[in-house]
Design a protein around this ligand. Structure first.
Ligand SMILES: Cc1ncc(COP(=O)(O)O)c(C=O)c1O
Length: 379
């Protein structure tokens, strides 16, 4: 028998209570019962987003939420400024090009956070309808400071919209869409929300809703105007992912029980413990500027087969972690510490990693990682 640990930076583990809720006999969505469920979930999402504004739920993975925000806010030929510092920054570029936007790309070295001076000078050239950015770039483990970025935008080009992919940020660290004056904030169900993949969430500012009324890109399934009207009446335009919504009610209830501050503190503590352990194991943390609390990206030591690390973690330790994406394949590996995870999960991963690294020939002091993590957790 082997106990399975899912410590990828998404999907993340689903709590038994949430699984149970999703296993109930299916209710129909055009009923009072579903409306009551949806109302409760909408209020939970407002709490999570720290905003009274509408959070639109879509039956899609996170990329669907990204596409929906682009399609609803820009028109073909509009100019988009995109921060590209990893795989998901690349996704913004691909979406913007697919929709025919003039795409001005700030290429950030993967693992670094965007230089806000560069954002400012690009904006000074003028004409950008929106800036697209990741709050947490899961592929590199780096964060971009969306709060400060929004300040730069408001100072330099007040009408430019700030569109933040917060798929591995919302519910992980304190991110305040309304207070920080962001315009679109997207997340997905399979990360901090502790659900299987299949739901995307999009919050828009009132400024962005006004733009969405007139934007000229083709949109149908992802027309947020239609969804906003339906969801205000506690229903959805199309058939919702009913079982996931049932699970979401319980996940949000669990999150509210823990409290936002405690959730953020837990993620920070787990990230801190994991990083102390990794350093004690003689490993280097890959990102160089702002580290995301949701994932630790680790440089593969010289002379070690990087692709073997996630493979052996999975096959020999029963622990799922992730490798690098794009040109970082084989060069980094990534351990998720987001959602339904606690200190014992971290210790399992650190212990498993010690055995895998030793078997691959990396020299380390036995137990040093576990000791470092426990010291950090005990603070
Ligand atoms: C930062 C970020 N953006 C976008 C995505 C894409 O989301 P999905 O795979 O749910 O479409 C992910 C998924 O890992 C992500 O971490």
């Amino acid at each position: 028998m082997r106990k399975y640990h899912l410590l990828a930076p998404g999907p993340t583990p689903v709590p038994p209570r949430v699984l149970e809720a999703m296993a109930r006999p299916l209710m129909h969505h055009r009923t009072k019962e579903f409306e009551a469920l949806f109302e409760e979930v909408r209020s939970g999402l407002s709490w999570l987003y720290q905003s009274e504004g509408d959070v639109i739920m879509l039956a899609a993975s996170g990329s669907g939420g990204m596409e929906a925000s682009a399609a609803n806010l820009l028109s073909p030929g509009d100019s988009a400024l995109v921060v590209e510092g990893g795989k998901f920054g690349e996704r913004w570029v691909e979406i913007c090009r697919a929709y025919g936007f003039e795409t001005d790309v700030i290429s950030v070295e993967w693992g670094r956070s965007v230089d806000l001076g560069e954002v400012e000078s690009r904006l000074r050239a003028g004409g950008h309808r929106a800036v697209f950015v990741q709050a947490s770039e899961t592929s590199t483990g780096a964060k971009h400071d969306v709060r400060q970025l929004a300040e730069v935008v408001r100072r330099t080009s007040p009408d430019t919209l700030v569109v933040a992919d917060a798929i591995t940020a919302l519910g992980v660290y304190d991110l305040r869409p309304e207070e920080w004056d962001l315009d679109a904030v997207i997340t997905g169900s399979q990360k901090a929300l502790m659900l299987p993949p299949g739901l995307a969430f999009v919050w828009l500012s009132e400024r962005a809703w006004a733009v969405a009324e007139k934007a000229g890109s083709p949109r149908f399934y992802f027309d947020l105007r239609i969804e906003r009207k339906s969801q205000a009446k506690n229903t959805t335009a199309w058939t919702p992912a009913i079982s996931l919504v049932e699970g979401l009610r319980v996940a949000l209830e669990m999150m509210r029980g823990e409290g936002l501050e405690n959730i953020f503190a837990r993620h920070a503590r787990l990230a801190g413990g994991m990083r102390s352990a990794l350093r004690a194991q003689g490993l280097g943390i890959f990102p160089r500027d702002l580290l995301s609390e949701s994932v630790s990206a680790v440089s593969v030591p010289e002379g070690i087969d990087g692709k073997a690390i996630p493979r052996l973690m999975q096959n020999e330790q029963g622990i799922t972690i992730a490798g690098g994406q794009g040109h970082l394949s084989g060069k980094i590996f990534r351990i998720g510490h987001m959602g339904y995870v606690d200190e014992s999960d971290m210790l399992a991963a650190i212990g498993g990693l010690e055995r895998v690294l030793s078997s691959l020939g990396h020299e380390l002091e036995k137990g040093a990682g576990l000791t470092a993590a426990q010291e950090e957790f005990g603070r």
